[in-house]
Each structure stands twice: as C-alpha cells, then as structure tokens.
Design a protein around this ligand. Sequence first.
Ligand SMILES: [Zn+2]
Length: 418
Amino acid sequence: MIDDALSRDALRAGIAILHHLRKVEVFTSISSHDYAQQQTSLAHGYPGAALAFANLASLDPNAGWEKSAHAYLSESVGSGVSTNSWSNIFDGVIAQAYCIEMVARLHGGYRKARSSLNATALGQVEAMSREAEGLQGFIPSGTFDITSGLSGLAPYLKLVSGESSGAAHVAHMLTSLIANWVEEDRIWNPQPPGSAENFSRSPNTYAPVSCDLGMAHGLGGILAFLAVMHRANLAGDNARVAAVIAADRILNSRIVTQWGEDIPAHLAHTVPAVQEATRTAWCYGNPGVAHALRLAADAFGVPTWANAADSLMASSARRTPEAQGIQNDMSICHGAPGLLHQFHSYERRYTSRVVPTDSSRSPAMQILAAIGSCKTINDFVSLSSGPGVWEGAMGVGIALIGCTHSSMSFLDELLLIA
Ligand SMILES: [Zn+2]
C-alpha cells in the first residue's frame, strides 16, 4: 500500500474532484458527449455519476453525497428508456438498470422504475443472446466483449438473479452460449484494417483475423466472465472446460520481456506468435489479464493460474512509466488512474505486493503531479477526457479514493476483477 502522506493527498484530491462534479449542471457544462448519451451512459454520463456518488456516501455519510446520486439518477430515469438499440453494461437500458439497482440497494427508493427497467433490460439481454446464438463462423468483434458485448453483463445478471428467476434463466443461457463459443474455437475476430491502431502497441495490429487476449475485448474478459458466473452458481458444467481452454491459450501465448513474463495484446490467426509486449492497462495487457487469471484460479481451484497471475502483475509493476504505454492518459480504462486501481485492488484482494516501491513511479504520484500542474480542478477536468467515470475526471476521483478505501470497490465488479 502507498504511504500515509501520499494516501492522505490522494484521498483529498479524489474527494475534491468528485465535489467539483456533484452538480448535474457542472457535469453537463463540461461534457463532450451529446445529451442523449449523458442520460443513459454509465461510462460517460449520469448513471455512472450516480453510482460513484452513491458509493462515496457510504464512505462519507454526512456530506449529502446520496442527494447528488439521486439527482443524477432522476435525470437519467426521467429521460426515458431506449428499447431498440444494442445495449451493454456501459450504455443504454442495461447500464441504467444496473446503476439504479446498485443505488437502490445502498440508499433505497425507485421501486417502480426498477421493475420496469429490469423487465426491459432482461428482455434485451435475452434478445441479444438469441441473436448471437444464430451467428455463424467467426464472431464479429464487440459481440462477446466486456465493454460493448455480452460478457460485460455479468455484474448486472449477478445482481438481479437473486430476485428474479427470469434473470437466473437468462444468465444460464448466456453462460452456456459463451462457453460453447470458446469450445468451438470461434474466438478469432475479423478486424477492420487499422481499427485498433496504437491501442495495443503490438506489431500485428493489422492482422485481418486475430484473437484479442485482453480484458476489454478478448479472451481475458471471457475468462473473467466465466469465473464470475461460475462463482455465482449461474454457469453450466461447460464453464470449467471453456475456462481451461481460455486460460491455456493465454498462458501459452506468454512472452518474456525485460520486465519479466508478459502477454501480447492479441494473437494473429495463421501468423507466428506476437513477440512485443502490450501496454500496461486493464483493457489490453498484463494487469487486466492477471486479475482474470487470479479470479479464475480461485473460482475453479487452479493454483498454477494464480502463480502465473502474480508473475504478470509483478512484471506490470516493474515497468517504468515510459514503458507502460499510457502516458498522459487519465482514464480508468487505460491510464494512470486505471493502473493505480488495478495495483491496489490486486494487493488488497490477494495480499500480494505489486505497487512499485519507487514512489516516483507510483501511478498515484503521476496523477497527483498532473493535478498539481493545473491551477484549478476545472483545468484538470478539461485536461482529462471529460467528466465521466470511464475515461474522465470522475474515474480519477474514484481511483484516488479507492487506493485508500475499499468502499469504492464497485469498480472491481464492473471491470470483472471481482
Ligand atoms: Zn482502454
């Protein structure tokens, strides 16, 4: 864990950022996203803000944070629900339903809105699963991934399955679908040329057909999904077989770099294995996949996966900021705040020592230095990519508070690392 003085600074800076964003009008005035997206997006809009404030209220109960949570949620729910687009955990009706369930569990309310949102969201999950079931050949990227596809729905299904037999049924159906997909080896994705340029720092970015190994869009995310659903008793028997296939493929792809064991961002179909390490982030790369392997090791009882995870996490911590490939990025997904969160969550959960001991390389120091270089919090908010949770200032606040307090760990569920 980071030292006391640094953690006090981190907590103070994190709360200052969230305090700055607690009014819907402030958030709206600096958001670069259009209004419709703000209203229904967990990643960039009001539901995500509500989630952050509702969790902060448990940490800091007398500051009225839950009022801000309710204000954001009312704006979101009042905007109505879109029923005809592909939704996911970060956007649309499923994001709204997930956030309202989480906030209602912490602070009550929303009885009517919850039941109608859940009915719509579960109907959409079922329709999306049936659509995916009918796909032939290689599956288009985005269909099964965490950030825009079916495996990202694990936290929502887990949350509502206890109360709804319909949700448990849909969860079972989805898990079998994803497990079969791994077993049938349709994990290769056709990539539009140039679609992931510079994302993965990997020489085979342009391979026409590839298998992403990371959390956000790849096999790491699938492994985490199977582990989460298995642990929640929502997976069928084939989840274990599929998890073994996924973990083996990830582990057999390992390379050795100057930092230690590493994994490439993806494999290319029919081309020799990628030898270049990816960037250090949740979405593509070591820290995210280390979390997935460790989670699966515990869920399915495979100690060798846990050892491999520790080794991948340690090599992530050894990288210098220049080698991380995430300079000047202030996002939870692929920036210093994300790395801060990944390291601390891993240490807290598995009591492994992974945060860099050299404090000048600590992600918390990198963030605090970036904040310190701005005159006001408003300058900092505009420096990050908007005010939202996923790539913006709110995520920075959550990561800074979360490195000293586990009560902000709702993020772990969303990232499928818990
Ligand atoms: Zn990312």
